[in-house]
Write a protein that binds this ligand. Sequence first.
Ligand code: SAM
Length: 232
Amino acid sequence: RQELKQAEKTEVANYFNGTGFDRWNRIYSESDDVNKVQRNIRIGHQKTVDDVLAWLQERGDLSAMSFCDAGCGVGSLSLPLAAMGAGSIAASDISAAMVAETKRRAADAQLDLSRLTFTTSDLESLQGCFHTVICLDVFIHYPQQAAEEMVRHLCGLTQESLLVSFAPYTPLLALLKRIGQLFPGPSKTTRAYTLREDGIIKAAMGCGFEPIRSKLNQAPFYFSRLIEFKKI
Ligand code: SAM
């Protein structure tokens, strides 16, 4: 069993409560105060969020379904999901600043706050049972074995489906990463990991889930593989 090292987790939490919060809060907003790289990350990330929302919308009425948005950031997914009428959404993040911003944005958007819960928690501490668990672009902070362990943990929290997105390992991305052209955001202060897709799929399959669809979203400086798993 390989979990993320506590020291690394503390570093990530500190980053996303400090300079990382400012950076990512701007990226995940409509602010003009972003550079070209950050603007591209925003565009790429929005594609991932839009895909998830479109896939969930295909299910029809979401009002009887419960969702867990694990590592919710500033609520880029939770908020539109609430607006789509999701029954309940448990939004959590390791960063208290991120959770507070999600809450602030939800109130600002006049969403039905009774359907949303906000918790400061790392992925490892998450408990509960949801129809669907979603974890977008958080695995960038997890090395391969820890990410696979996390997939198994998240599978244990969902009755029906799991949606995850992560930066995929490819030789080209590995090269770009080595020469420092990729992940200029997180890599400034935290490590950034790319993951082998087959390992992630095997981990979910070992828990009785199968991949039912997958999409690679890209923009310059953003690469993210989104996979939807369904319980067999
Ligand atoms: N999922 C959100 C989205 O797609 O809009 C946020 C993505 S952002 C790149 C990564 C987020 O993961 C940050 O908000 C960070 O605080 C959170 N995070 C990183 N490591 C975490 C961990 N071990 N447990 C929970 N959240 C974590």
